[in-house]
Design a protein around this ligand. Structure first.
Ligand SMILES: [Zn+2]
Length: 255
């Protein structure tokens, strides 16, 4: 697809904003088992439907100064932030041509963003995202930009298996659940999209971040009980996998 780079950048940014806007709906409704297509967006405060001109990603938030056009209730800053983050990641992860490999990357970023915020809010990773994502990943693995189908399928099962054994051993030894089932399934998704490189990076970076955040939270709260409550692990896994994936994309671009 030939297009001037400037035009392409704008198109991808807009695409990222629209997907980010949809992810807000997913993040909000999926854990509540609500439909993500109907009804349309409405203000949680006054219940009025959001008119299309007030539903433009990022711009409407700025134009309405973060308030509902009808009742003036504050719109959470996280909505525009999710849109912005998605657009920025879509741009960074662009390999220069639009093909199935590129959509695989964008798809993985999208589920990563959704999982991060759902796990923060509810401490769960819905199967629709982990297993659903895994199925999409496996079906499109043949077209990956760097790893072959066999590598990705194997990485997916090894990632899942290692995490499963790790979680079972931890539970046996401490009598506590360390890693949720959602984390374990999501590891399979990471494998099918990012291969062994992503699995490795995800394990390393997430355990480093996990310890770091655990210590900081422990210091701040000075409450030993809190260390026993689980810190959502999904966001760390996402960060680890995305760092590796974006690094690989940047290497690809420099060839
Ligand atoms: Zn309202």
């Amino acid at each position: 697809m030939m297009m001037p780079p400037m035009m392409m950048t704008i198109m991808i940014a807009l695409f990222g904003l629209v997907i980010g806007s949809f992810l807000n709906v997913v993040i909000h409704r999926l854990p509540l088992e609500q439909s993500i297509v109907r009804p349309g967006s409405h203000c949680p405060s006054c219940g009025n439907a959001v008119r299309w001109q007030h539903n433009v990603p990022l711009l409407s938030y700025l134009f309405l100064r973060g308030k509902c056009a009808d009742c003036g209730a504050k719109i959470h800053w996280r909505y525009p932030m999710v849109e912005f983050i998605t657009a920025v990641l879509f741009l960074i992860a662009f390999r220069g041509s639009i093909d199935i490999a590129q959509f695989r990357i964008w798809f993985f970023i999208a589920i990563g963003v959704a999982i991060t915020f759902i796990d923060l809010d509810h401490r769960i990773i819905p199967d629709e995202l982990s297993l659903g994502g895994w199925a999409v990943g496996l079906l499109t693995a043949y077209w990956d930009f760097r790893n072959g189908f066999g590598h990705l399928a194997l990485a997916s099962f090894v990632g899942f298996g290692v995490f499963f054994l790790f979680a079972t051993a931890y539970e046996k030894m401490t009598g506590r659940v360390g890693l949720g089932g959602g984390d374990i399934k999501f590891m399979g998704t990471i494998g099918v999209f990012t291969g062994f490189g992503g699995i490795w990076s995800s394990l390393m970076i997430s355990s480093l971040l996990g310890v770091l955040v655990g210590v900081i939270v422990g210091r701040l709260q000075k409450n030993s009980e809190l260390l026993k409550t689980s810190i959502p692990y999904g966001p760390f896994l996402v960060v680890g996998a995305l760092i590796e994936m974006l690094y690989e994309v940047s290497k690809w671009m420099n060839v």
